[in-house]
Design a protein around this ligand. Structure first.
Ligand code: AMP
Ligand code: ZN
Length: 479
């Protein structure tokens, strides 16, 4: 197996991955801010994190991944106040929607979910420790982090601090590099805003302290991996480093991994451009969860991903090709024995698959390895040269493949129905489709061709295409 290398934002280089405790990976992933439904850009980052954890597990590591739900920040406070509800009431709906969306995309649960609002005391303690070490100062009931006292400030995002004035502050959670300033650890409440009564006074935590407190509480003072999208590099992750390292005097994270953004038809996704999609928007248009998972996983995470509906359609065909192949392997009868060279081809595919993922998670290479093998094997099968003795080894490869990509199980209809969508199959499950196909076969046997045609048309109307094979069987696929 190839050595695993990961691109570390901190060093700007690919580095061999060696966790602190052999065999175990402690990983923190910034989760969603539950102020609205997550969009497909967010899910690009979440699918990347899922592929990373699945691959590390395939390579034998025990995982300890913590993912947070940011359920208090500027946007949540503002939206909850506007809706006239408490922040927990406001965020609950989006938290549940996020869990459902993750399930639809076969994103595994981390070992631990954490919510910021359950950890206010941990944040207060961390701010107190920073205060003891004189990294903080107060102004009008808020507490700020003094970035000039932390000489390493900027080491992650490589920001130039020369123009920054001591004491200049920024109160908002999200800001640009140009406004690098002392940032708020604890914010005094504005009139009508939700607040916590704590040893620091009334108020609420800043966004950045949430992740430092929760990450170190569950994963220790130095984590192996910390992930997020590139937009979090500054200020969020820079501030996490400043808070955590000033407190402990130790490195906070060994490997920082950042996923590049998803663009839509070449543009930044934004509500005003009308190119802003949630998963639910795509499902309502009849697209399948597996098509989106494939598309999001297919471009290596450090390359921008340009989302297009053409691309989504192609992703659907790719998933179809994978599933049809698995089906063929399961259904067709082949002569006994082994085909010369087949074992070597499968081994070569396994090697290329592992080499791709080991190289900073090059998913494109890993997928190419699987599709090359499918193409070659299909030709062998079409020529009647395939032998059943090679099936077990092929299955072994595709089991590994699917432990990372999670695309082979044909469960889109079930997932869509769970979310309340009919999907392309008009809500038909695989079993229902098969039942209709069986009815059509019986109708044909009874020479009731009108009934047989009616069933074919009904299936076609619901996006199911039938194909009569030479040996008298019927294959079907979704359009
Ligand atoms: P948020 O809910 O804004 O805290 O973001 C959740 C995750 O989605 C973070 O890791 C972000 O960096 C990531 N993210 C936000 N927008 C995009 C995008 N367009 N493409 C990829 N990842 C994104
Ligand atoms: Zn975070």
């Amino acid at each position: 197996m190839a050595e695993i290398v990961l691109h570390n934002t901190l060093s700007g280089k690919k580095e061999a991955f060696v966790p602190q405790t052999p065999g175990e990976v402690r990983m923190y992933s910034c989760g969603p801010t539950v102020y609205d439904f997550a969009h497909i850009g967010n899910f690009r980052t979440f699918v990347f994190q899922d592929i990373l954890r699945r691959f590390l597990r395939l390579r034998g590591f025990r995982l300890n991944q913590v993912m947070n739900l940011t359920d208090v920040d500027d946007r949540i406070i503002a939206n909850a106040a506007a809706a006239g509800v408490g922040i927990r009431d406001y965020t609950e709906k989006y938290a549940q929607a996020f869990f459902e969306d993750c399930k639809a995309l076969s994103i595994e649960e981390p070992e631990r979910w954490v919510r910021a609002t359950d950890h206010i005391e941990d944040m207060v303690k961390l701010i107190e420790r920073l205060r003891e070490k004189s990294f903080t100062y107060e102004s009008e009931g808020s507490i700020y982090y003094r970035i000039q006292k932390f000489p390493d400030y900027g080491k992650l995002s490589k920001i130039d601090l020369s123009g920054i004035q001591a004491g200049a502050r920024v109160d908002v959670d999200r800001y640009e590099k140009e406004s690098a300033r002392d940032f708020a650890l604890w914010k005094a409440p504005k009139p009508g805003e939700h607040f916590w009564e704590t040893r620091l006074g009334k108020g609420r935590p800043g966004w950045h302290i949430e992740c430092s407190a929760m990450a170190m509480k569950y994963l220790g003072e130095t984590l192996d991996i910390h992930t997020g999208g590139v937009d979090l590099m500054f200020p969020h992750h820079e501030n996490e480093i400043a808070q955590s390292e000033a407190t402990t005097g130790k490195p906070f994270v060994c490997y920082w991994l950042h996923a590049e953004h998803l663009l839509v038809e070449g543009e930044k996704m934004s509500k005003s451009l009308g190119n802003f999609y949630t998963l639910r928007d795509l499902f309502a248009k009849g697209h399948k969860p597996s098509s989106l998972r494939f598309l999001l996983a297919s471009v290596p995470y450090r390359r921008q991903l340009n989302f297009t509906f053409d691309g989504l359609q192609q992703a659907a065909s790719s998933v179809e090709r994978l599933r049809n192949f698995a089906e063929r392997l399961a259904q067709e009868k082949f002569p006994a024995g082994n085909k010369d060279g087949m074992a070597a081809s499968i081994e070569a595919a396994e090697k290329a698959f592992d080499a791709g993922l080991s190289d900073d998670l090059n998913t494109a290479q890993a997928l190419a390895a699987a599709f090359d093998l499918i193409r070659e094997t299909n030709v062998t099968m079409d020529n009647g040269k395939f032998r059943s003795g090679d099936i077990a080894q092929l299955r072994g490869f595709f089991a590994k493949f699917d432990s990372v990509f999670a695309l082979l199980e044909d469960n889109d209809s079930e997932k869509l129905r769970a979310l309340g969508y009919g999907g392309e199959a008009g809500g038909l499950s695989d079993t229902e489709i098969e039942k209709l196909i069986a009815e059509r076969i019986i109708a044909k046997q009874k020479r009731d061709f009108a009934a047989a045609d009616r069933i074919r048309k009904e299936l076609a109307d619901r996006g199911i295409i039938l194909e009569d094979t030479k040996d008298g069987r019927v294959r079907w696929k979704r359009k």
